[in-house]
Design a protein around this ligand. Structure first.
Ligand code: GLV
Length: 317
């Protein structure tokens, strides 16, 4: 079987992949998008984050291709190209990044109530000045999108004594670690109740621009918006206006409409903004978790069993 995968993944899966297959033939892609060999005849493709569109099209057009596994949890970056190819089995890396992202969200919340950014500024000026701090215990978090990342966030927030609101598409299915579970239509209720609104939805046609001027107005004046989803879930111009006018307390953002965030973005200069460079996923365990997921799915694929994390192209995640 011929498999196309990023060169940095190969060492963690090569031996076990070959143990599962009669013949294993790898073609790797490096960070410049260069291939190590002939892709004709490839059946499986492990798709790296933000591959050049021309290369993506070329690989997806291979008539022998059957299964595409994305190394990202979100498939939005490749959705249109994937939709053009009928009959492909598509899986994503859902689950791989839940823990580091949930911990980053906790980090933002603790930094906000314990005012670490201001203490760091004081430290640079050798300034000894006490500040009034808050507790997370008793505050309300509203998680928009209770997928596998959202659930990991909910569990940690509840463990800290926070009140957890969440929206999900099928609220009737219930959820652990959530005090108030709402349908997507009840988003205004979540926005009004939350001290922290955490965006954890996939980017789809439905969630593009989900948080605009009207939604920001529904948040309370000292509430913070946390976005670890995709920049396009938020109307960034409306967010900047809300931050500048004090309509919301602040924003902790890992994702942006344009990445890298352009140097002239007003977000860089606002005091009530914490910026991380699409980095919340980072963990020393990512490679092992990716490898385990891929190898488990490869076994299932070879045995004609249902795969984990299959993407529904109509739904977009
Ligand atoms: C990264 O943002 C991912 O979708 O995995």
């Amino acid at each position: 079987m011929k498999i196309i995968m990023p060169d940095f993944v190969l060492p963690s899966v090569a031996e076990q992949t070959c143990a599962l297959l009669e013949t294993c033939d790898f073609v790797t892609i490096n960070s410049e998008g260069q291939l190590s060999g002939e892709i004709a005849g490839a059946e499986v493709f492990m798709l790296p984050w933000q591959l050049a569109p021309e290369m993506l099209q070329t690989i997806l057009a291979l008539p022998t291709l059957r299964w595409v596994h994305t190394m990202s949890a979100g498939v939005d970056h490749a959705l249109n190209a994937l939709r053009d190819q009928e009959g492909l089995l598509i899986t994503n890396a859902s689950g791989v990044f839940d823990i580091p992202i949930a911990e980053t969200v906790l980090g933002y919340m603790l930094a906000i109530v314990k005012r670490f950014p201001e203490f760091l500024t004081q430290q640079q000026a050798r300034q000894w000045q006490l500040l009034r701090l808050r507790e997370l215990r008793g505050l309300t978090v509203g998680i928009v999108g209770l997928g596998s990342i959202g659930q990991e966030i909910a569990q940690r927030c509840q463990a800290l004594g926070m009140r957890v609101y969440a929206t999900r598409r099928h609220a009737e299915r219930g959820a652990a670690h959530v005090d108030v579970l709402l349908s997507n239509e009840a988003l205004p209720e979540l926005l009004a109740a939350s001290d922290f609104v955490v965006l954890a939805v996939p980017l789809t046609a439905e969630t593009t621009g989900l948080i605009g001027a009207a939604e920001l107005q529904q948040m309370s004046a000292d509430a913070w918006l946390i976005n670890i989803a995709r920049g396009a879930v938020v109307d960034e111009a409306a967010l900047i206006a809300a931050l500048q006018s004090g309509e919301i307390g602040g924003a902790a953002l890992d994702v942006f409409a344009t990445e890298p965030l352009p140097p002239d973005s007003a977000l860089w200069t606002l005091p009530n903004v914490i910026i991380t460079p699409h980095n919340a996923w980072s963990t020393p365990h990512a490679r092992d978790r990716q490898a385990q997921l891929f190898l488990d799915n490869l076994s299932r694929y070879l045995e004609n069993q249902p795969l984990r994390n299959v993407i529904d192209l109509q739904r977009g995640y």
